[in-house]
Design a protein around this ligand. Structure first.
Ligand SMILES: Nc1ncnc2c1ncn2[C@@H]1O[C@H](COP(=O)(O)OP(=O)(O)OP(=O)(O)O)[C@@H](O)[C@H]1O
Ligand SMILES: [Mg+2]
Length: 456
């Protein structure tokens, strides 16, 4: 099994609407603070999420599932993402939406399986022979391109590495130079190069440079102790899906065209069930030997009512397997029919036998004050200024419509305010945007009133 080449693949999260949410906002006893870490109210659901978090941390939770149930816009997705933030980057969190399983190319169960494996982490500890230190020089040596034509190629690269104990100059292969460039290594960074594979890892910037004025957040690390050339324990956090991808064979031959193609698009790989079983076997062996540790993460399936009976059956079985993540579902549906059945009605559109296994957390509608607090939080993160009176009017609208509708009014209202030559949104702009854009309820009402005017 290849481990060196494993790159951690994170799914990009849909966070734009929730970028003000930074955590669950609980105190040290697990009680929810009225307003903290970007979350407002909804105390019970947040505290319940806090307990789930504890269970995940103490590893007493794998193979279980939680359902967040409540009306639209009551913060289900926000609470799930807050939980992810609390878990930190070392515990995998894989968000998906129920409707993602429907594709003409991939089987539904395949999509579910892939996401399951994205949510199971593996922490691998290995002792490796490395060259480690702060980079003191980095000089690529160029030669004329041997194929003729323009440009030069790199023949080798000279790198200087320094530790607290000594320093060394190394002459490296050009392939390692690529690795150095990919990691964006510069003089003053602390890096290590694996002796066997030549893989380069940048650990951070040497803390001697900590006073440097930096625009980007940098991680500063101390100058490594010991020799440059040494044995080092390397810890890697990967998911089972990362291992699947790294070990799957790319499709197509090794001809020039397909080589070029690889630069254009990500490699098309085929992950088979057989490969997964192989990997599971090796992973289990590593766990037994104490080289690796399983880190069950979280699979978050939003809008779970979009799944059909086949998916539910599959999920039910997958939850029973020995390596399973914690699954968090969310839905805003009440009683509705389960997809893929002949009108079998069930609470939340989830089959009763699966529902029976879930821990259900409810989210409740917000009060006017809470809506006001959330709108003002959103305005802050979006850098929008709003007058007190306008804010009060917005929360009033929020009570009658939904929280999501009013938060969505913020941006158009701020554009209106700008065209009106104002710095802050006033009540006038709120009224105007509210009359320009309809919320779901009033739109439905208009449809009902004028149904003879529309095409059937
Ligand atoms: N308690 C809260 N504190 C701060 N912001 C919140 C809170 N609840 C919801 N929000 C924000 O309000 C918006 C709507 O909430 P969210 O998307 O989480 O609702 P939902 O319950 O998932 O709704 P749906 O059922 O429609 O998916 C989001 O921008 C979210 O970040
Ligand atoms: Mg949601």
């Amino acid at each position: 099994m290849k481990i060196e080449e494993v790159k951690h693949t994170t799914k990009s999260q849909r966070i734009a609407a929730h970028s003000h949410v930074k955590g669950l906002g609980l105190d040290e006893n697990g009680f929810a603070l009225q307003m903290a870490s970007g979350l407002v109210g909804q105390e019970q659901a947040r505290e319940a999420a806090g307990i789930v978090l504890e269970m995940i941390r103490s590893k007493k939770m794998s193979g279980r599932a939680v359902l967040l149930a409540g009306p639209p816009g009551t913060g289900k997705t926000a609470i799930a993402l807050a939980l992810a933030q609390e878990l930190g980057s070392k515990v995998p969190f894989c968000p998906m939406v129920g409707s993602e399983v429907y594709s003409t190319e991939i089987k539904k169960t395949e999509v579910l399986m892939e996401n399951f494996r994205r949510a199971i982490g593996l922490r691998i500890k290995e002792t490796k022979e490395v060259y480690e230190g702060e980079v003191t020089e980095l000089t690529p040596a160029e030669i004329e391109n041997s194929f003729g034509g323009y440009g030069k190629t790199i023949s080798h690269v000279i790198i200087g590495l320094k530790t607290a104990k000594g320093s060394k100059q190394l002459k490296l292969d050009p392939t390692i130079y690529d690795g150095l460039q990919k990691e964006k290594v510069e003089v003053g960074d602390v890096i290590y190069i694996e002796a066997n594979s030549g893989a380069v890892k940048r650990q951070g910037r040497s803390d001697i440079y900590a006073t440097e004025f930096d625009l980007e957040a940098e991680e500063y690390v101390p100058l490594p102790k010991g020799d440059v050339h040494k044995k080092k324990e390397v810890v890697q956090d990967v998911t089972l899906h990362d291992l699947d991808v790294a070990n799957a064979k790319p499709q197509g031959g090794q001809d020039v065209i397909s080589m070029l193609g690889q630069f254009m698009k990500p490699k098309k790989t085929e992950i088979t069930d057989k490969l997964r079983q192989e990997i599971n076997k090796i992973v289990n062996k590593y766990i037994d030997q104490g080289i690796a540790e399983l880190v069950p993460g979280v699979l978050f399936i939003d809008e779970v009512h979009m799944l059909d009976i086949e998916c539910f059956t599959y999920l039910h079985r997958a939850l029973e397997s020995t390596i399973a993540p914690i699954v968090i579902f969310a839905t805003n549906r009440g009683k509705c029919s389960i997809r893929g059945t002949e009108d079998l009605v069930a609470p939340h559109g989830i089959p009763l036998d699966l529902l029976d296994r879930l821990m259900i957390v409810r989210t409740m509608p917000y009060s006017k004050e809470e809506i006001q607090q959330i709108i003002s939080l959103r305005a802050q993160t979006e850098n929008i200024q709003i007058e007190e009176e306008a804010l009060a009017k917005m929360s009033e609208i929020g009570v009658k419509t939904t929280l999501r509708y009013v938060t969505q009014l913020l941006t158009p209202a701020s554009i209106l305010a700008k065209t009106n030559g104002k710095e802050k949104i006033s009540k006038e702009e709120v009224d105007e945007t509210h009359s320009l854009f309809f919320d779901a309820k009033s739109s439905a009402k208009i449809l009902a009133e004028q149904k003879d005017k529309y095409m059937k």
